[in-house]
Write a protein that binds this ligand. Structure first.
Ligand SMILES: [Fe+2]
Ligand SMILES: [Fe+2]
Length: 466
C-alpha cells in the first residue's frame, strides 16, 4: 500500500467582511471570543497558499464549523476560496457543523455605528446541496439524512466523512447512521482499504476539565463509539469543535487502540493545522502540527499570529475572571464562549462569584503557606514570588489547555506549589468524590495536573504505531 499524505484543518469559522462595515465585530458578545473574526479571510488565504507549496499533499480535510455562524455571505466566500484551491490542484473534503447554520436563518453583522444587524444565514437543510461538491458528489456512498459520506481518496484509502451534528446541544450518530458507518467499514475491509475518518465533535474528551465543563459538547456515548471504531479498523478520528489542540488515546477491550486527534481552530488560539502521513504497511501514522505564523495584510501590532491570538485569549480569560468577581451578568454572557451555558452559569453563581473574588486576590505566598507541609519549597526559594498574584498564572494554565503540551518544569517552584495545592484540593473535595467519579473524573488533580505538564501523548507531533 502506497503511503498517503494529507492536510487536516477544522473550525475555519470564516466571517465575511460584508457582514460588518466600519463597526467592530468584537463589540458584540461573546466579546473577543477565540474566533478571530476580523482576520479570518486573510488567515485562510495565507493557509491556502501554504497548502499549495511545492511537494505538499493534494488532499485537504476540513471537519466542520466552516463559517462564523452560518451567514450566507460567509458560506459563499469560503466556498469560492475552496473552489480556487481545487483549481490549484487540491482535492478538498468538508463536513459541516452547528456553526454553519442557524435554526432561524438569521445571524449577525454590524453597521457603521457598531449596532448589531440581522444578516441571512443558512438553515441546516441548505447545507446539503450547497456543499455537495466538496464531499458528497465525490462519494461512493452518502447517508443523505445526516450528510455523512464515504469517499475513496485513492483506490487504497477510504475517507469516512462523518457528520455528527444533531442540533445545538446534541452530537452523535443515530443507530441507523451508525449501521451505515459499519457497512462502509465492512466494504472497505473487503477491498483491503485503509480507513481515514473525521467528525466534528470530540469522541474522547480532549482533557478531563473539558468533560466537566462541557459534557454536552462531546459526542454521545463517545468512549463506546471510540472502541467500536477501533474494532472496526478506524484507529484515528480527526475532530474539532473544542478548539483544543490535543491527541487522546483509548483502547478497546479487544486491545485495539483509537486516537482522537483534535486540531485547534485555524483562526483561533493556537492557529494550527496538521499534516498527516499514513503508512499502513510501515505501521505508522505520522502527525505533524503546522502553526500559522505570519499573515500578510493583517495588522497584528508587530506580533506573530500565535502571539496575537494568545494575547487575545489571555485577555478573554482575564476578562471572564474579572467579570465573575465584579459583574456576574457579563460573566454569564462571556462564559458561553467557553461552553458554560447560561442556566448552568446562573446555577453556579453562589460558587463561582465568591470563588472568583477570592482567586483574584490570591497570592503565591498564601498558597505556599497552605501547602508548606507538602510542597517541598523552602521559604528562601519562595521569597521572590511571595506577593505574585496567582490569577495571571492560572490564566496561562487555561491557555495551556488549548495549546496542548503543557511543559512547566516539574522541579520549578510553580509546579511544586501548584501540584501541592491540587493535592490539598483532592483531600478537601473527598466528600464530593463520588459525584466527580460519576462524571468519569478521578480527582481535582487529574483535571488540573495536565495543565501544568503533559505526561501523556504529545498533542502537537506524534507518530502512531499501528
Ligand atoms: Fe468551532
Ligand atoms: Fe463546533
Amino acid at each position: 500500500m502506497q503511503p498517503l499524505e494529507l492536510f487536516v484543518l477544522t473550525d475555519t469559522h470564516y466571517y465575511s467582511k460584508k457582514n460588518w462595515v466600519d463597526g467592530d465585530p468584537y463589540a458584540f458578545p461573546p466579546a473577543r471570543e477565540q474566533l478571530y473574526r476580523l482576520g479570518s479571510e486573510e488567515i485562510l488565504r495565507k493557509v491556502f497558499d501554504e497548502l499549495c507549496a511545492p511537494g505538499a499533499p493534494e488532499i485537504v480535510l476540513i471537519s466542520g464549523d466552516l463559517t462564523n455562524n452560518g451567514e450566507v455571505t460567509s458560506h459563499e466566500e469560503i466556498r469560492e476560496m475552496l473552489r480556487e484551491l481545487e483549481q490549484r490542484g487540491k482535492r478538498v473534503f468538508v463536513t459541516t457543523a452547528t456553526h454553519d447554520y442557524r435554526g432561524e436563518g438569521v445571524s449577525y453583522g454590524f453597521d457603521k455605528n457598531n449596532n448589531r444587524v440581522d444578516v441571512p444565514a443558512f438553515l441546516r437543510d441548505d447545507l446539503r446541496d450547497f456543499w455537495r461538491e466538496f464531499g458528497m458528489s465525490k462519494a461512493i456512498s452518502v447517508h443523505e439524512p445526516t450528510m455523512c459520506y464515504a469517499a475513496e481518496l485513492t483506490p487504497e484509502y477510504l475517507l469516512l466523512a462523518l457528520n455528527d451534528d444533531r442540533g445545538y446541544d446534541h452530537a452523535g450518530f443515530t443507530a441507523e447512521c451508525f449501521e451505515w458507518i459499519c457497512e462502509q467499514a465492512e466494504q472497505a475491509k473487503k477491498k483491503g482499504q485503509f480507513i481515514i475518518a473525521m467528525t466534528h465533535h470530540p469522541v474522547l474528551s480532549p482533557s478531563p476539565l473539558y468533560k466537566l465543563i462541557a459534557p454536552g459538547d462531546l459526542l454521545e456515548e463517545g468512549e463506546t463509539r471510540a472502541k467500536q471504531f477501533a474494532d472496526m479498523g478506524v484507529p484515528v478520528m480527526f475532530t474539532g469543535h473544542s478548539h483544543i489542540h490535543n491527541i487522546t488515546r483509548i483502547d478497546s477491550e479487544a486491545g485495539n487502540p483509537f486516537y482522537d486527534v483534535s486540531t485547534s481552530a485555524t483562526v483561533g488560539f493556537p492557529p494550527n493545522y496538521r499534516r498527516v502521513r499514513f503508512d499502513p504497511d510501515g505501521g505508522t501514522i505520522d502527525i505533524k502540527t503546522i502553526s500559522v505564523e505570519n499573515v500578510p495584510g493583517l495588522d497584528l501590532g508587530g506580533l506573530t499570529l500565535p502571539q496575537f491570538t494568545e494575547k487575545q485569549f489571555l485577555g478573554v480569560v482575564t476578562d471572564i475572571l474579572d467579570a465573575a468577581d465584579k459583574d456576574y451578568e457579563t460573566f454569564i454572557r462571556l462564559a458561553n464562549s467557553f461552553s458554560l451555558r447560561e442556566p448552568k452559569a446562573r446555577k453556579l453563581k453562589p460558587v463561582i462569584h465568591p470563588a472568583a473574588g477570592w482567586l483574584n486576590r490570591l497570592t503565591f505566598g498564601k498558597v505556599w503557606k497552605w501547602t508548606r507541609r507538602s510542597n517541598g519549597v523552602s521559604k528562601e526559594e519562595m521569597k521572590p514570588q511571595w506577593d505574585r498574584l496567582v490569577v495571571p498564572f492560572a490564566v496561562k494554565l487555561a491557555a495551556n489547555l488549548y495549546r496542548g503540551d503543557a511543559d512547566l518544569p516539574k522541579d520549578g517552584v510553580e509546579y511544586r506549589v501548584a501540584s501541592a495545592l491540587f493535592q490539598k484540593l483532592d483531600r478537601l473535595s473527598k466528600p464530593f468524590a463520588d459525584k466527580l467519579k460519576a462524571k468519569g473524573i478521578e480527582s481535582i488533580s487529574a483535571i488540573l495536573l495536565p495543565l501544568l505538564h503533559n505526561d501523556g501523548i504529545s498533542d502537537a507531533d506524534y507518530t502512531i504505531r499501528l
